[in-house]
Design a binder for this molecule. Structure first.
Ligand code: G6Q
Length: 540
C-alpha cells in the first residue's frame, strides 16, 4: 500500500489538522512540565524535543507510521549486512567500521571484522610514524604538511572532522584538503608548502574520479619537479581506495595503500580508511575514541525501542514537518566554532541520501522526500539569516547543538554563547506578542514590525564536551536519522545516481572544449556556451 494512503498516514493528517494552529506557548501552558516527556539522554548527550510542535499523541502516530514502514526490520537488515543498497546490489555496513564489540558481521558468509581491524591497525601504525617524524620524506626530512586529495565523500568527512577535532590535533602537522578541480584549489594549497615535507593522501573509492585524479596528477608532477626524482613518489604519496589496480597504475606502492570496501558509501566513509588524515592529525587513540562514540550511538539505534530511540524520534519529527507542515528545509545550528563545517557535511549526508523522487518500486513518489539542509555556526548566523527563521513566511525546523563545557574557556565567552543558544530557542518558540511590544513603549506604527509570532520549532542537542567520542555520537545520530527517513519515504538512501550523471556528462563535454570541430549535438544553450567559451579563449 502507498505510504500516504496508509491508515497511519491518514491518522497523522487528521491529527495535523487539529494541531497545525496550536501554539507552542499553549502546549507549554497546558502542560507546564511538558519538557519531562520530551527529553532523551544517552551518556554524554541530552536531547530536548519539547520545543517542537508535537504532543505525545503525535509521537505515537509517527511511530505507528514508522512501524507501518517496517523500520524495525530495516534497522535489523542494515546491521546484519542484508543487501539493502539494492540498486547497487550491496549491503550497507558503515556500522561495521566502528563495531567496537568486534562481534562478527558477515558479508557473503565471511566475517568482515578481521579485515576492518587489519586496516585500522595499518592506519594506526602509519599515523604514529608520520606523527612522530619516523616517516621521512625522500630527502630524509619528517613530514609537516598532509594534503588530502579527494572529493565528496572522500573529502567532506575528514575535512569536517579535522576541523571539529582540531583541539586534539598534532599542531606540528598542517592539514590541507584539495577537492575542487578548479586549479586555484591545488595551486593555492601548494603555494607555501615545501615538497620535502609534504605527504599527499590520494583518497578515492574508485580511483577514477576526474577531479581527484586530475589534482593527484598535478601534485605528482609538482613533487617530481621539486624533488627531481620519480622515486620520491614512494615517500610522499599514499592512497586510500578500493581500487588497487588503479593505485598501482598511478605509481603508489600497494604497501602504502589503505583499503576499504564497496559496502562503505562515500558519504558514510569517515570511519573507514578515508578517515586517515583525521587519524594522523588527532592520533589513533582519539580516533578509536571517535569510533567508540559512533558505536555507542549505533547500539542505541539498534537496541532502543522506537519510543526512546533518539535518531528515530528526530527522523520522525523531520517527517512531521516535511510531509505534514510542508517545511522545505531544515537548518543545523551548531553553537561551536569547531563544528563550522558540520552543516556542509550533513548537507551531503542527508541530501545525497534522501534527495530521491523514485520509490523502491520504481514509481515516482507522490510525497516530498529529503529536505534542503543548511546552516552555519551560532552565534554568527544570528547576525545573518536568523531574521528569516524568526519573522519570514516559511517554517524552518532548526537543530541547535551546544556543549556544556568549552574546550577553550575564556572569561565569560562560553556562558554568553550558550545564553544566546537558549535565548534563540525560547524566542523562536514563544515569540513576542503585541502586548509585550507595546509595554516597551514602542510607537504604534512600529508595533507590527516588532512582533514575533513564535511557534517556530527547534530541537536542542546538548553534549557535555566536544570530545572525539561525542562527535562520533553526533554524526551517527544524524546518519541514523537520515536512514530512518529514507525507510519511511521508501527510497534507496544509499545510491547517488545524480553524482554519477555529473561525472559522465563532464567527460562528454571535455573533449569538445579543446576540439577544432564545431559539430556539437547538445541543446542550443549548451552548444552556444561551448562556442562562446572557445571563441573567447582564442582571443586571449
Ligand atoms: C558519496 C558519493 C560521492 C563520492 C565522490 C568521490 O557518497 O558517492 O560524493 O564520494 O564522488 O568518489 P570517489 O571516492 O570514488 O573518488
Amino acid at each position: 500500500m502507498e505510504l500516504n494512503r496508509s491508515k497511519e498516514w491518514l491518522a497523522l493528517e487528521e491529527h495535523f489538522s487539529k494541531l497545525k494552529d496550536v501554539h507552542l506557548k499553549n502546549l507549554f501552558e497546558n502542560t507546564p512540565d511538558r519538557v519531562k516527556n520530551f527529553i532523551f539522554e544517552i551518556p554524554g548527550m541530552y536531547v530536548d524535543i519539547s520545543k517542537n510542535r508535537i504532543t505525545e499523541e503525535t509521537i505515537q502516530l509517527l511511530l505507528n507510521l514508522a512501524r507501518f514502514a517496517g523500520l524495525e526490520k530495516a534497522i535489523d537488515d542494515m546491521f546484519t549486512g542484508q543487501k539493502i543498497n539494492e540498486t547497487e546490489d550491496r549491503p550497507v555496513l558503515h556500522i561495521a567500521l566502528r563495531n567496537r564489540s568486534n562481534k562478527p558481521i558477515y558479508v557473503a558468509g565471511r566475517d568482515i571484522m578481521p579485515d576492518i581491524n587489519a586496516v585500522l591497525s595499518k592506519m594506526a601504525d602509519f599515523s604514529e610514524k608520520v606523527g612522530s617524524g619516523e616517516w621521512k620524506g625522500f630527502s630524509g626530512k619528517p613530514i609537516k604538511n598532509i594534503i588530502n586529495i579527494g572529493i565528496g565523500g572522500s573529502d567532506l568527512g575528514p575535512s569536517f572532522a579535522c576541523e571539529a577535532l582540531k583541539y586534539y590535533s598534532n599542531r606540528n602537522l598542517k592539514m590541507s584538503f584539495v577537492s575542487n578541480i578548479d586549479p586555484t584549489h591545488i595551486v593555492e594549497t601548494l603555494i607555501d608548502k615545501s615538497a620535502e615535507e609534504t605527504l599527499f593522501i590520494i583518497a578515492s573509492k574508485t580511483f577514477t574520479t576526474q577531479e581527484t585524479m586530475t589534482n593527484a596528477m598535478t601534485a605528482r608532477k609538482w613533487l617530481i619537479k621539486k624533488m627531481k626524482d620519480d622515486k620520491a613518489i614512494a615517500s610522499h604519496f599514499v592512497a586510500v581506495s578500493t581500487n588497487k589496480k588503479e593505485v598501482v597504475k598511478f605509481g603508489i606502492d600497494p604497501a602504502n595503500m589503505f583499503g576499504f570496501w564497496d559496502w562503505v558509501g562515500g558519504r558514510y566513509s569517515l570511519t573507514s580508511a578515508i578517515g586517515l588524515p583525521l587519524m594522523i592529525s588527532i592520533g589513533s587513540r582519539n580516533f578509536f575514541d571517535l569510533l567508540e562514540g559512533y558505536h555507542a550511538m549505533d547500539c542505541h539505534f539498534r537496541k532502543t525501542p522506537l519510543e526512546k530511540n533518539i535518531p528515530v524520534l528526530l527522523g520522525m519529527i523531520g517527517i512531521w514537518y516535511n510531509n505534514f507542515f510542508k517545511a522545505e528545509s531544515h537548518v543545523i545550528l551548531p553553537y561551536d566554532q569547531y563544528l563550522h563545517r558540520f552543516p556542509a557535511y550533513l548537507q551531503q549526508a542527508d541530501m545525497e541520501s534522501n534527495g530521491k523522487s523514485v520509490a523502491k518500486n520504481g514509481k515516482k513518489t507522490n510525497y516530498q522526500t529529503g529536505p534542503i539542509i543548511w546552516g552555519e555556526p551560532g552565534t554568527n548566523g544570528q547576525h545573518a539569516f536568523y531574521q528569516l527563521i524568526h519573522q519570514g513566511t516559511r517554517l524552518i525546523p532548526a537543530d541547535f547543538i551546544g556543549f556544556v563545557r568549552s574546550l577553550n574557556p575564556q572569561g565569560d565567552h562560553h556562558l554568553k554563547l550558550i545564553a544566546n543558544l537558549f535565548a534563540q530557542t525560547r524566542a523562536l518558540a514563544f515569540g513576542k506578542n503585541e502586548k509585550a511590544v507595546r509595554a516597551e513603549g514602542i510607537q504604534d506604527w512600529l508595533v507590527p514590525f516588532m512582533c514575533f509570532e513564535g511557534n517556530r520549532p527547534t530541537t536542542t542537542i546538548m553534549l557535555d564536551k566536544l570530545t572525539p567520542a561525542n562527535l562520533g555520537k553526533l554524526v551517527a545520530l544524524y546518519e541514523h536519522k537520515i536512514f530512518t527517513q529514507g525507510i519511511i519515504w521508501n527510497i534507496f538512501s544509499f545510491d547517488q545516481w545524480g553524482v554519477q550523471l555529473g561525472k559522465a556528462m563532464a567527460n562528454n563535454i571535455l573533449p569538445e572544449l579543446s576540439s577544432n570541430s564545431n559539430n556539437l549535438e547538445h541543446d542550443s544553450s549548451t552548444n552556444n556556451l561551448i562556442e562562446y567559451f572557445k571563441k573567447m579563449q582564442e582571443q586571449q
